[in-house]
Unconditional design. Structure first.
Length: 224
């Protein structure tokens, strides 16, 4: 869990014990809705001195991971992390990331989404550009949820993000007795794929998040 803090842009690394204490505090808070006391932290890690525990907490505060109220035993607030057990942080990119390290690229934003709607691990959002997905009623600025998948798992007419021309794009996937075909959603003839294993598949478009005027964002599923 502490790694999420390091990835968020905080520059000072944690020591091994600081990482363990922070992770313990996150899990404890999620399970109990309140923080462990200094004494409980000490017992968890075999630290007999409450002063030593307090020093570790102060180090975490100095590095920007905690906010402390030293006058209270449980007066600690964890910073920079979504602590809801029902949500997960999903990366969002301004355009389709490409290459083998696409999912490790630095996102433009992150959104906390209900776990049931966020897709499997490795899923991410991409903000749709102008007219590139008008064929499936996607507007500019909509967020497309793209989840990892394999070609063998794709259903007929699935909408996928792939790289088949040296540039990433969105395609309609079809297969029949003659083979596998990808049709660009922007228009054009289907491209026959002789060997499906050669498709540089970025993922399957599985959901849409759209902000409508005056109401919160909603998530709907794209048919596939």
């Amino acid at each position: 869990m502490a790694r999420e803090h390091l990835d968020s842009g905080l520059s000072q690394p944690l020591t091994a014990i600081e990482t363990k204490i922070l992770d313990y505090m996150v899990h404890y808070l999620r399970a109990n809705t309140y923080q462990p006391s200094i004494r409980e932290i000490g017992e968890r890690f075999g630290i007999k001195s409450t002063k030593t525990v307090s020093e570790h907490l102060q180090a975490l505060a100095d590095k920007g991971f905690l906010e402390r109220d030293p006058s209270r035993s449980r007066g600690v607030k964890i910073l920079g992390m979504d602590l809801s057990a029902q949500t997960v942080s999903v990366s969002c990119f301004a355009g389709l990331p490409t290459g083998p390290g696409a999912r490790r690229a630095t996102p433009d934003a992150k959104y906390s989404i209900d776990r049931r709607l966020a897709g499997p691990k490795g899923s991410f959002f991409v903000r749709a550009g102008a007219d590139e997905l008008a064929a499936i009623n996607v507007n500019q600025g909509d967020l497309l949820l793209i989840e990892p998948t394999r070609v063998s798992d794709l259903g007929q007419d699935a909408v996928v993000a792939a790289n088949i021309t040296g540039e990433a794009g969105y395609y309609r996937f079809t297969r029949n007795g003659r083979g596998v075909f990808l049709t660009a959603l922007g228009g054009g003839a289907p491209t026959a794929i002789e060997d499906p294993d050669t498709i540089r598949l970025i993922g399957r478009v599985s959901g849409l998040l759209r902000q409508t005027v005056g109401v919160p964002a909603l998530v709907s599923t794209i048919a596939h």
